[in-house]
Each structure stands twice: as structure tokens, then as C-alpha cells.
Design a protein around this ligand. Sequence first.
Ligand SMILES: O=P(O)(O)OC[C@H]1O[C@](O)(CO)[C@@H](O)[C@@H]1O
Length: 452
Amino acid sequence: MSLIKLDEKFLGTELREKVDAKMSVAVEKLHSIQEKSCVGSEYTGWWDYPQIYGFNLVKDVQAYINSLDVAYDLVLVIGIGGSYLGTRAVSSAMQHSYQGLVNSDKPLISFLGHHLSETAMIEVLDLLDERQPIVNVISKSGTTTEPSVAFRVVRKYMEDRFGKDEASKRIIATTDKDKGALRQVSQDLGYKSFVVPDDIGGRYSVLSPVGIVPLALAKIDVEALMEGAHQVFNELKSGDLNNHPVLRYAAARNVAYESDKRIEILSYINPKLFYVVEWWKQLFGESEGKDGKGLFPAGLAYTTDLHSLGQYVQEGVRNLFETFIHFDDASTSHRGAVEQQLKVPVSESNVDQIGYLEGKRINDINYGAMVATKIAHFDGQVPCVEIQAPSLSEKTIGALFAFFETACAVSCLMLDVNPFDQPGVEAYKKNLFGLMGKPGFEDLGQELKTRL
Ligand SMILES: O=P(O)(O)OC[C@H]1O[C@](O)(CO)[C@@H](O)[C@@H]1O
């Protein structure tokens, strides 16, 4: 039985039949990934990564962390896109939302290098002042502008505060095994370093050292994360693949696209999943949005967004396909791993007119709102599927990573696009080089300035 399930009831009969008819193609595309015969096959190192490398990686990283001779209470992750989103997805979901303000034996985790906001950088420097930081700078290419700028700022801060020797013990680099400026800097300054595998692109890299090192530093259960992913990859190696939720989700997206849907909304009812959805947006956006094709990946937080964008989803342009994501019973306390429940209190007066909810768990009301929304959206011509996972944990998030990575690659192949490149991202990067005067981009810079 699959760890993650897919409910297709509200896809509608017509689309469900179309999904059935697509399943042989989905299975064939999965096999082309497994056999490394698909387009972009040189970047399929994420497939089955837990079994091949992941569990050993976890042991190596834990051994390294146990051998650290600096104390820390803050992990600062510097990276952008696939070099930070997976880590942020897991840490936001698993740590207390007010980590740092409530009692906890776990370090705070913070992020930089994913923007160019001076104010936000200054605020992170303020935070570093309050803490004993350890820094993990992560860039596969080692040359991305945003993390390079942030790292230069933080490196100076660390060297000024701790001196070069101790700073080099508090900085860990994760980058290409031999290419790029970050590899050079870490060799020159003696940083501990980890390698981003050649055959894994940024957005598929969360289970590699890119995610495992910072998450382990933050004392998150990375072995369980790996175990969850391993379980899903294993499920996809045999059995009745025609009915496997990963492939049915990929086929449902494809069928929705062919039925003129152009936007996929990933809806969630637990605010702690915000960055899981941000991770998903990069995964599908960079993988599928090319050659003039692809569903635009959007995220909606319910019930919050029902009071802002809900009107559009119900009655705006009918080009939407919606995927709901639901974890069973997500109320475990992140302070002590003790199951906690919260019910609507009984009240003598019913002046607020919610007496009918007395004694009900908030979670049950929340799920009720999700089901109500799903039916309403289906009735408003938005075909919907629901991804159902066991209770929120490192293991289920790991399973979800494997679920979405595989579904994304299959979905792209069904659309005849390369799931593993992102040529379109270069356009803004080149323009920025031109406008900021990078050597070699002077002519482009001149030309752009005449257009301003
Ligand atoms: O790890 P790097 O090389 O800094 O790249 C970060 C991100 O930038 C991109 O190359 C472009 O957005 C992503 O694919 C990647 O996740």
C-alpha cells in the first residue's frame, strides 16, 4: 500500500477516464527515468538516492556534527532556490513556529542568500549578534549572485567577530566537487565542505548534502526524512504501477493541461506547510514551464485565502486545476513530540452562534472546511485531486519529496519537456550582469541602459 494516497473523486468521471487511458504512458516515462534513457537522464541521480547514497550520507553527516568543536545555537543557511527551499520546507514544518521564542533544545535556523534586500540582510546580521552562529553556505554552481553577495557579507561578519581561525570552523560549504568560486574559497580558507552530486539539479537536491547537512545541524530527524523518501521510491520499483498515486497524479496534471487548464493550485490547510509549497512551486515551475508549455504552479493557504482569492477560484477564469494536500491529524506539539489536541470550548452562552461546534477538534473543523471547499470548487468547474499523507513528520515530508520529484519528472516527460534544465532563468541573470557592470557583459549593459 502507498504511504501517500491520491483521492480522485472530485476530478470528475470524464477526466478520471482520461487519466486511466494515460497510465501506460506514465508508466513508460517512469521506466525511462529508472533506466536513465529519458531526456536529461544525466540529472536523474535523485531517483532512489536514499538507498544508493542517502542512508550512508546521514551517518557521515551525523559523525561530522558529533565531532564539531564549536558550540552553536543558530544555523544560518545561505542559498537560493533548490539550495535552500527544501531545508526551509522541512524546518518550517517540523520546528515550532515560534522557535527561538519558546523553550527548545533545538537551534534556531535562519536563511539568507535568497534575495537581495539590504534591510533583510541587516536584520539577519542583528540576529547573528544575539547568537552563536554556524553557517552553511550552499550553491551548486558556486557563482549565483544572491548567495555570493550574502556570503561575502556574512563571511566578513564572522571573521570580524570570531577571527579567521574560528570563523573557518563555523563555516561549512556545500558546492560542486571541483568547479566554482565557492569550492575555491573553501579550499583556500579551510572550510569543511560537502559535495552537491553532479547528477542532481538544485530543485531535486533536498535529500543530498544540500538539505541533509543544515537539517541535521538543526537537529531535525534526517534519517526519518530519508526513510520516507526511500519507501516511496521502493513502492515505484514494482507492483501495480497503473494505480500508483505518484503516476496517477502526474497523469491527472497532464490530462488537466490537455483540457485547457493552465494553473495548478496546491492548496493546504496547515500554515506550517507554506515552504513545502514554495519548494513544490520551484520544482514544477522550473521543470515544466518551458517551450511555451506547462501548468503555472500556485499555492493557496486555506482557510486564509478563501477570504481573499477564494472568489476568483470559485468564479474567475476557468483554467484552474486544484490539488489539495492533507496530512492526517497534524496537531503534534513540536515542543515535546507530545500529541496535543485543541477542542472548541463549551460555553454557557451561544451569543457567538458556534454552539454546534462545541467539543469538536479544531483539526476536524479545518478538514471539514477543506472538504466543503473541494466540493464547492468542483461544482464551480475546477477539477480537484487530494493528496493524503499520514500525520506530519520528517518521514511523511521525505515521502512527499520523493512523491513530487518523481511525479514532476514523469509529468514533464508526458508533456515532452526536459524536466531537468532551466534555460529561461539565465535571461534575468545576464541582464543583471550587464546592468551591474560585470566584465564581459559591457555591451549588453550599454544596450539595456538605452532602453531605460
Ligand atoms: O545552487 P546554485 O547554483 O546557487 O543555484 C541556485 C538556484 O538557481 C537556479 O540555478 C536558477 O534559479 C536554480 O535552478 C537553483 O536551484
